[in-house]
Design a protein around this ligand. Sequence first.
Ligand SMILES: C[S@@+](CC[C@H](N)C(=O)[O-])C[C@H]1O[C@@H](n2cnc3c(N)ncnc32)[C@H](O)[C@@H]1O
Length: 191
Amino acid sequence: MKVDFGVYHHSTPEESNAFRERLERVLMPLLKSAFNREARINALDVGCGLGFLSWLIARTFPQGKVTCMDTFKGDSLSDVSVERAILNFRALKVEDRVTVIQHDLREPIDGSYDLIASNLFFHNLGKERFKVYENVIFALKQGGYFVISDMFSEEEDMKILEKQLDLIVTRTLFDDDWRFRVMILKKEKQY
Ligand SMILES: C[S@@+](CC[C@H](N)C(=O)[O-])C[C@H]1O[C@@H](n2cnc3c(N)ncnc32)[C@H](O)[C@@H]1O
């Protein structure tokens, strides 16, 4: 079966693929510097859609486990569904290490994770993203990492995030567009 990670809202299939390729080039080395390749990390992909980021994490850490969590009801990714996400993980032969869970992330998250990652998720949530940040931070282990890849221009978000997390690294995804950023934050502070 052919793997299909979907088309993002306001984008063509080619642009969506180009975005994913760019993110992979920027994010993979950053993840490799956060954890040993053989680490048995427990990761969560929030707003995972059809699983692009879950696949990137599973590939980067072959001993790791990933939970792909989404309502699978949003309209910001074409034809998103639990079934299509599972078919992708089967085709990629990572279905034994990736668990798909249907969950609204505005509600508390079960489990505790070494890595919680997101791509093009938070900007969909409006003000409700602040509640989801809280849920994510609560579910992150001490010493765990939070990755946000998104259109990001809000000072307000950084103020809230940096109260509870340390900013480790920021990268822009495109030289000519400062909105698209990848940030990695770490939960080290006791609060
Ligand atoms: C643009 S897609 C990004 C998908 C994926 N991260 C990727 O990189 O391909 C945003 C996803 O967020 C999901 N979503 C939106 N609101 C959500 C919520 N409250 N809880 C869980 N998922 C949500 C949508 O269903 C959609 O799959």
